[in-house]
Design a protein around this ligand. Structure first.
Ligand SMILES: C[S@@+](CC[C@H](N)C(=O)[O-])C[C@H]1O[C@@H](n2cnc3c(N)ncnc32)[C@H](O)[C@@H]1O
Length: 291
């Protein structure tokens, strides 16, 4: 039974992508691109817990079905937000749910195409779509405010690896047939690729640093140029707008470990550098600007 269900989970996207479930014909522009399969309540709870939603968040569920994700977030955490779905029956069910749970002051549901929905106010976006739809959405999601959290039920984002993921058993999946559910979580990374320049005092003498950063989604690497020498950046971590990295470089004739942490805000990074060497331990303010 479990094998059959897992096969179903793997085969469904392929059938849908190939248009077989739609009789192989092209879909009308406003026909749902994903069938209605509700997320089991235990998985909804896990999705919201992974995103650590709070009353300060604004959550958007793309393809909101009966509204359970948006309504649960509002009821349990006081989160505001909305859901969009192309199917008017789902919108009506979602509004009924919101009324029953007493959260109509926090949530709304719109009959709208998810691809035509303004996502810019979201701090959290949830989805239970299909691999192909996730990939279609990916460029738009990567343009959202750094730090926006994304949670997807069952389907990943191709080579944009999740920051966290979990597999769980969901007894009430597929109308009670049961099955495994995967939950994937990402934080939209800031754009840091390119050249940056910074100057700060080390042992009272101003030092110039030039950074050259490479980036694939949240994975960052690169080098720094200090006193005419290039060193490899190590332990780079980018989570939303928070960037950290380190390296050891010779300064004033002695090796000094540099541990940078800062917040990226467009063309500027602001933070601190911890410096440690045989003749020096210090923490200094650090500002980098695009070179
Ligand atoms: C798999 S269900 C998920 C429902 C809900 N988010 C949940 O997790 O329980 C996908 C939903 O997306 C809706 N949908 C499909 N394509 C859509 C589109 N292009 N725009 C808006 N909604 C869409 C479907 O009508 C369906 O209700």
């Amino acid at each position: 039974m479990q094998r059959l269900l897992n096969m179903f989970r793997e085969v469904l996207p392929a059938l849908l992508c190939g248009g077989l479930l739609f009789g192989g014909t092209a879909r009308a522009a406003d026909e749902p691109s994903v069938p209605y399969v509700p997320t089991p309540q235990a998985v909804v709870e896990r999705m919201l817990a992974m995103a650590k939603v709070t009353a300060q968040d604004y959550l958007i569920d793309l393809g909101s079905g009966d509204g359970r994700i948006v309504v649960t977030a509002a009821k349990k955490y006081g989160t505001r937000g909305f859901g969009v779905d192309l199917n008017p029956v789902r919108i009506s069910e979602a509004n009924d749910n919101a009324r029953k749970m007493g959260v109509t002051d926090k949530v709304a549901f719109y009959q709208r195409n998810l691809f035509e929905t303004d996502l810019s106010n979201a701090t959290v976006i949830t989805m239970y779509l299909l691999p192909r739809i996730n990939l279609q959405l990916r460029p738009q999601l990567l343009e959202l405010k750094p730090g926006t959290r994304l949670v997807s039920h069952d389907f990943d984002m191709g080579d944009w690896k999740a920051d966290a993921s979990v597999r769980m058993e969901a007894g009430d999946k597929f109308s009670g047939a049961g099955g495994d559910s995967d939950v994937y979580f990402w934080v939209v990374p800031a754009k840091v690729v390119g050249g940056w320049r910074s100057q700060f005092p080390v042992s009272g003498k101003p030092q110039t640093y030039e950074f050259s950063l490479e980036q694939k989604y949240q994975v960052v690497s690169g080098s720094a140029r200090v006193n005419g020498r290039s060193v490899k950046i190590e332990n780079a971590k980018l989570r939303g707008a928070e960037l950290a990295f380190s390296f050891t470089a010779e300064v004033n004739g002695a090796p000094v470990k540099h541990e940078f942490s800062g917040r990226v805000d467009g063309g500027r990074i602001t933070g601190q550098v911890a410096l440690s060497g045989s003749r020096l331990t210090a923490r200094v303010e650090w500002i980098a600007e695009r070179a």
